[in-house]
Write a protein that binds this ligand. Sequence first.
Ligand code: HEC
Ligand code: HEC
Length: 403
Amino acid sequence: MKKKNIFKLNSVVLVFLLAACNSSSSTFESSDVEANNENSEEGVIIAETKESLGEKLFKDSELSRNGNQSCATCHNPDHAFIDDRINASSVDTTTPGAVSLGQDDLSLGDRNTPTAAYAAFGPDFHFNQEEGLFMGGQFLDGREPDLQGQAGQPFLNPVEMQTTKADVVSKVENKYGDAMRHLYGEQIFDTVDSAYDAITESIGAFEETDVFAPFDSKFDKVLQGEAAFTEEEQQGFVLYVLKRKGNCAACHPVPTALSEEHESVFTDFTYDNLGVPVNHLARSVNGKEKDFVDNGLFDNPAVDDPSLKGAFRVTGLRNMAVTGPYMHNGVFKDLKTVVHFYNTRDVDGAINPETGEEWQPSEVEVTKNTEELGNLGLTDAEEDAIVAFLKTLTDSRYEHLIP
Ligand code: HEC
Ligand code: HEC
């Protein structure tokens, strides 16, 4: 996102409110991005911003087909913008579903809902010639280049909000017509497509605000010299970075105090096949055919290299302690299991602590990365230390959710 920030809005009220939110409130009240629509001139409401309108659209359940699901249903602002609802794909009664329930309360997806926090920092989807790698994009396979493109999909997705462009546009015109015309021009409702594009742009603008990216975790405070790691966190940090130990930073790089924001989300935005096991529970309840394979990046229409089958975008790690279950299919419940998987995937007889059985093969075995993970030789205490370090990446307003 390269710091496209709210200060451009020349709205002192907005800047003030955001500053106030970021510093103190730990729970997310509606209107974190409040428009200056209190500023009325002769009783006429003026100046909703794209961001403040986007916030309303993001949270408006009426825009789904039957009026009961918004973006915020699956990206809950009070829970690090993940779907924290329990459903048939939950491994137990306290773990959010591995996959999400659609607005019909029946349909289930096949991928774990990622956090929408810090999503704005990913570069647009592209092939990096220098590295010879695909990078960036939205969704775990990068199939939408940017936030606006991404925001156009959930409304139409047959297992999510299940509606049509025309329906969304007509509901938005009824409720937010004046604000839309004010922001995008009198002609904005002349075609469904132009109005729909404005709606998704506005949602994308909201997702670019600091509400999604406070950068105020303990880690950030340590970086600024305002806090100190415990001994275990410090040890975890070192293990995380060291190549012959955790080697995590090879794909999830660690920022320094001088890094730009887009370099500070603990991902290099590339794609990799880690050999994550199939989530049989999710598949048994979501109705996918027996032979269905999630090829990840390879299913992106821009990609035709079969060696990229089963690759998913390297996840940013901010707020990881509170966004379980993990991996593209939500197959692991605990963060410690993720670390144990990296550590022992290729060790003979190693056990998945959540199933009591050996690690199961992934969907696409042939392309999995065997060079950077699989047998790290970490002790149990070292795994714990890495988890302790990962917990320091939690934004302050979500710290109370750390298990
Ligand atoms: C039914 C649950 C559900 C709803 C509703 C939903 N999403 Fe998502 N969202 C998901 C899932 C699942 C993915 C990952 C899908 C994939 O990779 O194929 C996702 C991915 C994303 C991403 C990309 C994150 C990343 O790391 O690539 C963003 C941003 C996002 N959603 C924003 C939104 C917005 C904006 C809306 C409303 C217009 C919305 N979502 C509605 C479940 C949902
Ligand atoms: C070779 C690159 C690579 C290395 C090395 C690596 N990761 Fe990852 N990481 C990924 C990719 C790719 C994903 C997404 C995989 C998927 O969902 O299939 C991921 C996902 C994760 C997730 C889950 C995120 C989520 O939202 O579900 C966590 C947590 C994580 N990594 C932590 C670590 C830690 C800790 C280490 C070091 C022990 C590490 N990673 C090493 C590439 C890597």
